[in-house]
Design a protein around this ligand. Structure first.
Ligand SMILES: [Zn+2]
Length: 464
């Protein structure tokens, strides 16, 4: 029998032909995995009711770039670094070797515990769809955790031409030239994972192409990625121009900027999602715009390093721009706020990066980036992916405009309920797929184990 669920909305962000608009005092009625109606009166014959005053109901938030595994491992170690250490060492000297150590020493169950720990935090901040990139060996644990959590999950097992990254004595990344053998092995592994997991959990799990970055994937691998994307009809996501060093490396090796490299190898397209583009020039952004690719803006991870990644710059350039949390604080609501504040500071203009633009970035625009019209909107017939945020708190009241209140005032802890495919996955502010303290304890035990090994391997010592 089809389950019926209803959520009482003091305010709802609904989507009609003319775009999103706020309506007051409605019931969102769900049947099975779809929104059946947005009604004025409380419906009868309902199995699950979410009824609380002051709920703002909006489409489930879509977070298109994230790395909860490494974020969990290095939590508490990535802030307040010296500029030199941050620029050279954070990604290649700490994050990647640490991730590698974890994979060598943790069991699949321990990896899954860390994955669930991170996914749970994101879901408690209103995320219902997540795109997560990670080393290919973590795919099974991640898919298991996401499936249990009930999340809509785009898994991006990395493709690499240079699998063993490290740093030299001066803290510079040591690259090895990409070999055809490494490319072929990476692609073969990806195909097997795609075969195993794509379309799993009632099609909530999709496997996408995730070549790691323009400095870790050679031109041949990027060309092969495009061929595969076209052959399978699959999205591709990649890190682009995330550091000055990457831009220099690309010019040195290929005589092109990272964006020009993607254009040259054919990877750019409507189905390409480009993480960061912080060090892209305006002419690079013109290229991105010409191909209709998406820019993924993750401002807080860069703000931590003193680097400005302004949503407003990309949005006002006319690019489809989404906001995501990256490998840092797994809280999409406060990430939106950071995106707004960083943009206003960068432009010296309070009128850029409005609350409405930022909410659209993680709903309608993010759905468009996925090439979907069944998520990212509240409307009869759409998939029942939604979030209900309690705007009754002392830090929020009085609510003049719920979108304004959500972005500029609300906390992740105000998320009262989340629904994915018609199923309640967060209820009364709690993660429903498992016992929260037990999940935290399992993850912390696994993280402590890697920390001890990292200390004896000297990895933590050199990142101080
Ligand atoms: Zn990233």
């Amino acid at each position: 029998m089809t389950t019926r669920l209803a959520v009482r909305a003091r305010w709802a962000l609904i989507h009609e032909d003319g775009g999103p608009r706020i309506v007051g005092d409605r019931w969102i009625v769900v049947e099975g995995d779809r929104i059946a109606a947005i009604a004025g009166d409380r419906p009868g014959g309902v199995d699950v009711v979410v009824d609380r005053p002051n709920l703002f109901v909006l489409p489930g938030l879509i977070n298109l770039h994230n790395h909860v595994f490494t974020e969990s491992l290095i939590r508490g170690r990535s802030e307040d670094l010296s500029k030199a250490l941050y620029e050279t060492n954070l990604v290649y000297g700490l994050l990647m070797p640490f991730g590698q150590l974890a994979m060598q020493h943790l069991s699949p169950t321990e990896c899954e515990a860390i994955a669930e720990f991170g996914l749970m935090q994101l879901m408690k901040s209103g995320v219902t769809t997540l795109m997560e990139s990670f080393r290919a060996g973590l795919t099974d644990p991640f898919v298991a955790a996401a499936t249990r959590a009930g999340l809509r999950f785009y898994a991006g097992p990395y493709l690499f031409s240079t699998p063993d990254l490290d740093i030299d004595a001066e803290g510079k990344p040591t690259y090895r030239a990409g070999s055809g053998d490494a490319d072929a092995a990476s692609l073969a592994e990806w195909r097997a994972l795609h075969q195993r997991h794509n379309g799993g959990a009632g099609d909530r799990v999709r496997v996408i192409l995730s070549p790691h970055a323009t400095d870790t994937c050679g031109p041949d691998l990027l060309r092969a990625t495009r061929r595969l994307a076209d052959e399978i009809g699959c999205l591709a996501t990649i890190h682009v121009a995330q550091s000055r060093e990457e831009v220099e490396k690309s010019r040195q090796l290929h005589g092109r900027s990272p964006t020009e490299l993607l254009e040259w190898t054919g990877l750019l397209g409507r189905d390409a999602l480009l993480a960061h583009c912080c060090f892209s020039s305006d002419s690079d952004l013109d290229i991105v715009k010409r191909f209709g690719a998406t820019v993924i803006n993750c401002p807080r991870t860069f703000a931590r390093g003193g680097v400005t990644a302004a949503f407003g710059r990309f949005h006002d350039h006319g690019l489809r721009t989404v906001v995501a949390t990256d490998g840092y604080v797994p809280d999409i609501i406060s990430e939106l706020r950071t995106a707004g504040m960083v943009s206003k500071l960068a432009a010296n203009d309070p009128g850029v990066a409005t609350a409405a633009q930022l909410v659209d970035a993680v709903t309608g625009q993010a759905a468009a980036a996925l090439g979907r019209d069944d998520v990212g909107r509240l409307a009869p017939g759409a998939r029942a992916d939604l979030v209900a945020v309690d705007l009754g708190g002392v830090h929020v009241a009085p609510v003049v405009d719920p979108v304004n209140a959500l972005v500029w005032r609300a906390h992740a802890s105000d998320v009262w309920a989340s629904v994915v495919d018609g199923r309640l996955v967060v209820g009364e502010g709690r993660y429903l797929a498992g016992d929260e303290p037990a999940i935290v304890a399992r993850a912390v035990a696994a993280i402590d184990k890697v920390t001890r090994i990292g200390e004896s391997a000297g990895i933590l010592g050199r990142a101080k």
